[in-house]
Write a protein that binds this ligand. Structure first.
Ligand SMILES: Nc1nc2c(ncn2[C@@H]2O[C@H](COP(=O)(O)OP(=O)(O)OP(=O)(O)O)[C@@H](O)[C@H]2O)c(=O)[nH]1
Length: 542
């Protein structure tokens, strides 16, 4: 026991190596507790291999006898060879989002080279193919580091490991080229994390670079470890949520743009790029200079928040509803504005449909107006005589009922006159039908101007008129029509070619004395008209 204790010593380098081992162990434990991510098993395996390497390195550092140091140097080899293989496997799975568990066959194949090199390293005292005879402590101090002189087997192992590392780097470069999402940042970060230990290793193998007189590679794992912790904590590596959000944004058919505080474009999803078609160097370009929509969006950003939610009309009948969201950095309880996100929702279909609907509604309203206007005109035409413009027989009943009701209500008379032009047939025969029409039109106009506005004048036959005179009894109506008839007979009627004179006879009846119905009053007035004709025409009889 004592010999074992005295075979090792405790130095700051050993403490550092053990601290890194503890860190790597903690990272492995933490990773196993995380939710699934592509290549999780190979990621854990990589760190187990590096832990093995680090433990062997720590033991070699702590060991005092050169033979023990060389034994632990040989013990490190399964970790040294397995680690890059598992790392390459992890990158292969991660860049392909491959969640499948590791196949046992793959593990066997990956373990083959590490086991072979391990056996070759352990059997080095017999063949010295790994470390040559010249390998010896750097000085005479007890526990001094060994200055290894590498044999061909060592270089074979180095070539194997570097080939695997080159494959990893190639895989990362390909992945970086093919993606522009958050994955790209992850791949970039992983490249750096991967490169640093191997730069240190190349420095050790080819340029004799050492730390504590020792291969610095395992110590750079301290850097890798910190980088991974940062990536996992801050950049949320392996966290599905930001990746899912980013992928969603990429797949979103609506354009989304992100600008910084100085309104320079920092991100745009494929839909935004397809809409705007900017130059290749669109990142960091001022928003206002962005083709198609930049100037419009820049104007919107200066508008009030209310106006910012408006419809943006772009060429080719495309309409977008705009939404502008402020972005803040969350640093503890402090929140600072860092930019804005502009979201454009494609509402072309709804907008066009709404416009078509509005146009259709306007058209149907116009048509409805025209129809109701036509309807009114038709209604008016239906109750009017086209030649004279006077009411016709159709409106007589309605007019009479209303006036009779009023007469009854107000206890007044209601007179009715039948008017017939005298000798109209001979006028027609002598001067023609057109002249007859002119006389009829003149008569209508004359009666309308001579009688009261409240009197109803109807043309009820060829040269027959009917007049309703509210408030007048038969005698008063007779006086009124006698006077109007006299004036009419003195009028000269122009019929184009001739100046004619005409007269009319009128027969009168009045409610309530001569009757209380239209039929009764017409019958009475007809009789009176017949009498007026018989008495020589151009007169009114009651
Ligand atoms: N120009 C014209 N003539 C019409 C119209 N409607 C009816 N008439 C004519 O009016 C005349 C009516 O004549 P009659 O009923 O015989 O009576 P009259 O010649 O007026 O004789 P009295 O009534 O007895 O004075 C007929 O010749 C009809 O052809 C019309 O719209 N235009």
């Amino acid at each position: 026991m004592d010999s074992i204790v005295t075979a090792f010593h405790w130095t700051p380098a050993v403490a550092l190596a053990l601290a890194v081992c503890l860190g790597v162990g903690g990272l492995i434990h933490w990773t196993t507790k995380q939710s699934r991510f592509p290549g999780k098993a190979s990621f854990v395996g990589t760190h187990l291999a590096s832990l093995w390497w680090m433990l062997a390195a720590a033991a070699e550092l702590a060991a005092l006898p050169p033979s023990v140091k060389m034994f632990f140097a040989a013990m490190a080899w399964p970790g040294i060879v397995l680690m890059p293989s598992l790392w390459a496997l992890f990158l292969y799975q991660y860049t392909r989002s491959d969640y499948r568990p590791l196949h046992r066959g793959v593990l066997w194949r990956l373990s083959l080279a590490p086991v072979c090199f391990w056996l070759l390293a352990l059997t080095n005292p017999w063949h010295h193919g790994f470390y040559t005879h010249a390998s010896a402590p750097i000085n005479a101090d007890w526990g001094a580091a060994i200055n290894y002189h590498h044999g061909p087997l060592f270089y074979l192992a180095a070539v194997y490991v570097y080939c695997v590392m080159l494959a990893s780097i190639a895989m990362l470069i390909k992945a970086i080229k093919q993606t522009r999402s958050l994955y790209r940042n992850h791949f970039l970060a992983m490249s750096v994390v991967t490169l640093i230990p191997w730069v240190a290793n190349i420095g050790y193998v080819f340029f004799d670079l050492t730390l504590f007189g020792f291969d610095p590679t395992p110590f750079t794992f301290a850097f890798s470890l910190s980088a991974f912790i940062w990536l996992i904590q801050q950049a949320r590596l392996f966290d599905a949520v930001p990746l899912a959000r980013h992928l969603l944004l990429e797949a979103l058919p609506d354009p989304v743009l992100v600008i910084d505080r100085r309104q320079r474009l920092i991100d745009a999803n494929p839909a935004a790029l397809a809409l705007s078609q900017p130059t290749e160097q669109w990142q960091a370009q001022p928003l206002a200079e962005l083709p198609t929509l930049g100037s419009r969006l820049a104007e919107l950003l200066h508008a009030t928040p209310k106006e910012q939610q408006q419809t943006l009309e772009l060429p080719d009948q495309r309409f977008y509803e705009t939404r502008i969201l402020a972005l803040h950095s969350e640093a503890g309880s402090l929140s600072a504005p860092i930019g804005q996100m502009i979201y454009l929702r494609d509402i072309s279909h709804q907008h066009l449909a709404q416009r078509q609907l509005t146009e259709a509604l306007q058209l149907s309203e116009q048509r409805l107006d025209t129809i109701s206007q036509l309807h009114k005109e038709l209604q008016a035409q239906a109750i009017r005589d086209p030649l004279t413009g006077l009411y016709n027989r159709r409106f007589l009943d309605e007019f009479f009922i209303r006036e009779l009701a009023r007469a009854k209500r107000e206890h007044v008379h209601l007179a009715l006159a039948m008017i017939d032009l005298d000798h109209f047939k001979s006028l027609n025969d002598r001067y023609g039908h057109q002249a007859g029409d002119d006389v009829l039109a003149f008569t209508a106009h004359f009666l309308s101007s001579e009688l009261r506005e409240s009197d109803g004048i109807f043309r009820i036959g060829g040269e027959e008129f009917l007049v309703i005179l509210p408030g007048l009894n038969a005698t008063q109506a007779r006086e009124r029509l006698s006077y109007v008839g006299r004036v009419f007979s003195q009028e000269s009627i122009s019929t184009g070619k001739h100046l004619l004179q005409a007269s009319f006879s009128a027969g009168l009846a009045a409610y309530p004395e001569q009757g209380e119905t239209l039929e009764a009053l017409i019958a009475h007035a007809d009789t009176a008209l017949y009498r007026a004709k018989a008495l020589g025409r151009n007169r009114a009889e009651a």
